[in-house]
Ligand binder design. Structure first.
Ligand SMILES: [Zn+2]
Ligand SMILES: [Zn+2]
Length: 339
């Protein structure tokens, strides 16, 4: 183990600590957190963080493009949604199903079937699991497809039907671009943060031993994750997880806000669970996909419950930055939790 002198104290060299050997690929630096919450303030780092998230090809920008396309070409106008009717309800279901199948199916094909970039920037050494009784249908892929398209897509669609219907009837405040352009943009910008806040607390609740055993364990069957693992959740977990959308009944929103929130909640987990940090075609790295922060949660369980957007894990002492030291700490915490 290599030790280096840094700021007068001896600490383990991140690039060569024992954790490196546990992965096929581990990012060079410790996992980063949103510097917006750093003290003293680091405005240049904040700017870099948001520029990296919004002005490049990332899951965030993909979700925004999907939302705009869905709103422009497929979503029925609100007036058509004042009463429940099969036409618009079917369209809303399709708007969930089609992007999910295309993105998860596409990434799975590239990474795991075609093996388009081999092991390049793949975190875990192992391939996805087959012929294993832990999984429904004894197969990780079919298990994940079932829990995503069956359970998750059903629950999220029912919630969306309700929200569009309430919005269409004018029972909650809505906004348009013409009425409040500044609010329109600001709220869009804050949706990922709201989602991170909601996710952290729901996720912590799911790690309560009882809920974990009967519900959240379905998602955690996937220690080694793939694109279809993203929202491969038990029914009860989905009922909780998708309550995040009900914020649009309280905060004045436009259908485009809801659509962006929908894709952020449903499509971006496909990327963050892809198991690869980046997608590479030919010689160029096309886009960031995986999220080592959440990959660590699937390997070590009792750490990184939230996202890197709001550093709850750092505040509550459960942050794993990818170092061997953090693994030792997490294992000790887990032991004390279950004894
Ligand atoms: Zn979990
Ligand atoms: Zn996960």
């Amino acid at each position: 183990m290599a030790l280096v002198q840094r700021r007068g104290k001896t600490m383990t060299d991140f690039s060569q600590d024992a954790e490196a050997a546990r992965w096929n690929y581990r990012p060079e630096n410790p996992v980063g957190l949103n510097p917006l919450f750093s003290w003293p303030p680091r405005p240049a780092a904040v700017l870099r963080w948001y520029r990296g998230a919004w002005l490049q090809l990332t899951s965030l920008t993909l979700c925004l493009v999907l939302a705009v396309a869905a709103y422009t070409w497929f979503l029925p106008p609100l007036e058509a949604m004042q009463s429940f009717a099969p036409g618009w309800m079917f369209r809303v279901w399709l708007l969930n199903m089609v992007p999910q199948i295309m993105v998860a199916g596409g990434l799975h094909w590239w990474f795991y079937m075609r093996k388009g970039q081999g092991m390049y920037k793949k975190f875990d050494r192992r391939d996805l699991t087959r012929d294993n009784g832990t999984f429904t249908f004894r197969n990780q892929l079919w298990d994940n497809i079932w829990w995503t398209l069956g359970s998750a897509m059903t629950v999220c669609t029912v919630y969306q039907w309700l929200i569009y219907w309430v919005m269409a009837n004018g029972w909650v405040p809505t906004v348009t671009w013409a009425q409040a352009p500044v609010w329109f943009v600001v709220w869009m910008f804050f949706i990922p943060m709201w989602s991170g806040l909601h996710f952290y607390w729901v996720h912590r609740l799911e790690h309560h031993p009882k809920l974990y055993k009967h519900v959240h364990a379905v998602h955690h069957r996937n220690v080694n994750i793939g694109p279809w693992s993203g929202i491969s959740n038990h029914w009860y977990e989905n009922i909780l997880y998708f309550t995040t959308y009900f914020i649009h009944l309280l905060v004045p929103s436009h259908p485009l806000h809801l659509l962006f929130h929908i894709y952020f909640q449903q499509v971006s987990p496909i990327l963050s669970h892809s198991g690869f940090e980046k997608i590479k075609t030919g010689e160029t790295e096309a886009a960031k996909t995986g999220d080592f922060f959440h990959q660590l949660h699937h390997r070590y369980f009792e750490c990184n419950y939230g996202t890197s957007e709001i550093p709850f894990d750092k505040w509550f002492g459960t942050f794993h930055d990818g170092s061997a030291e953090a693994t030792t700490r997490t294992r000790a915490y887990k032991k004390q939790m279950y004894t």
